[in-house]
Design a protein around this ligand. Structure first.
Ligand SMILES: NC(=O)c1ccc[n+]([C@@H]2O[C@H](COP(=O)([O-])OP(=O)(O)OC[C@H]3O[C@@H](n4cnc5c(N)ncnc54)[C@H](OP(=O)(O)O)[C@@H]3O)[C@@H](O)[C@H]2O)c1
Length: 332
């Protein structure tokens, strides 16, 4: 396939958020460096991290102007030096944390690219390398969920949350799913046992009531801000775990005093990129388990809400304003 010299792409021009994400038509098509594959992007996943990067709250994130987007799926058109096992024509999905997915072509680190499952369209694989492994890591290797336990899942109607609800139910947990009122039917359909209004006034009290005062065994905490305190208060004393992997509502502080005298729980941090690099064996097992869940039909092909590449700023703004459900995709 002939690769053009320039392409359409979304360039972030400031750290003022998605409104300064601009469509350009003359971005240079990257050449694949050593260990990289160049893909013709057919679908790019929108993730909350795109907002953190666009607002400059992602530590050591890209400096504007930069081509945005970390998750790309598409067809391999060229490979760089040292790449083995990936041929042009293969369909893969991968992550490039420094950006470039919101474009017609993207250079991906080939080691972290996964094959799009047979029979799936590229856009149906969105989630496979970010949202789903994060949800699984929070539940299993870090959260230690077992059958019969109770799990509180925040942002349960979101891309990561939906996968978490499905998997937690598969592992035999009772799921308390928190979401905005307009999204409650979605999480009920996924199998959530109890639905909690994420805009409600006393989440901790509601969870304690639903658990007979005991609290939940595990919280998937991706919200932060004032919600972190509610999550800690809603967790079972001594054995309960809170896996912190997001901060959509901002920073929150927990003191050593609080852990000793107020919230005697296990507080666990998760970043899927660091997990993949620092604990490759755990990550390998995680991906193996995820593909088994796909084979068993627990994780079904994604049905993302799609936007034209040019509407990327709108997609990000909707994600930021909590207006979205499930995975979002930009189609170049
Ligand atoms: N650490 C990691 O490696 C990692 C990897 C992937 C994702 N994450 C995190 O997981 C979370 C979910 O990511 P996602 O991409 O799947 O997004 P998402 O869940 O599809 O969308 C975010 C959802 O968070 C909820 N939310 C609660 N407070 C919010 C606030 N103040 N502003 C915006 N949203 C708020 C909203 O749901 P309701 O309105 O229904 O409450 C919103 O729809 C994010 O925090 C993300 O940073 C972390």
């Amino acid at each position: 396939m002939k690769v053009p010299a320039t392409m359409r792409a979304l360039r972030q021009t400031s750290l003022n958020g998605p409104r300064d994400l601009r469509l350009v038509t003359d971005a240079p098509v990257p050449s694949p460096g050593p260990g990289e594959a160049l893909i013709r992007v057919t679908a790019a996943g929108v993730n909350f991290v795109d907002l953190s990067q666009a607002r400059g709250t992602f530590p050591a994130g890209p400096k504007p102007p930069y081509l945005a987007g970390i998750e790309g799926a598409g067809e391999v058109v060229a490979v760089g030096e040292g790449v083995t096992g990936l041929e042009p024509g293969a369909h893969v999905i991968g992550v490039g944390i420094t950006g470039g997915a919101f474009a017609e072509y993207m250079a991906l680190p080939s080691a972290a690219a996964a094959a799009v499952p047979a029979g799936w369209a590229d856009e149906q694989a969105l989630g496979l390398v970010v949202s789903w492994p994060t949800a699984l890591a929070a539940l299993k290797p870090l959260g230690g969920v077992t059958e019969g336990q109770t799990v509180l899942i925040h942002a349960a109607a979101g891309a990561t949350g939906q996968a978490a609800v499905r998997m937690a139910k598969h592992y035999g947990a009772t799921v308390l799913a928190s979401a905005s009122p307009g999204k409650h039917d979605v999480v009920r359909e996924l199998g959530a046992d109890h639905v909690i209004d994420s805009l409600g006034s006393d989440l901790a009290a509601e969870v304690l009531e639903l658990t007979g005062g005991a609290g939940v065994d595990l919280v998937l905490e991706s919200v932060g801000g004032a919600t972190l305190e509610a999550s800690l208060a809603a967790t079972k004393r001594v054995t309960g775990r809170v896996v912190v992997f997001g901060m959509a509502a901002g920073d929150a502080a927990v003191t050593n005093r609080e852990l000793v005298y107020k919230h005697q729980v296990h507080l666990i941090g998760l970043n899927i990129g660091v997990l993949a690099q620092a604990a490759p064996r755990i990550f390998g097992e995680l991906m193996g388990e995820m593909f088994a869940l796909i084979a068993d039909g627990v994780l079904a092909p994604a049905r993302p809400t799609t936007y034209d590449l040019a509407d990327g700023p709108k997609a990000l703004a909707e994600l930021e304003s909590r207006a979205t459900v499930g995975k979002l995709a930009l189609l170049p």
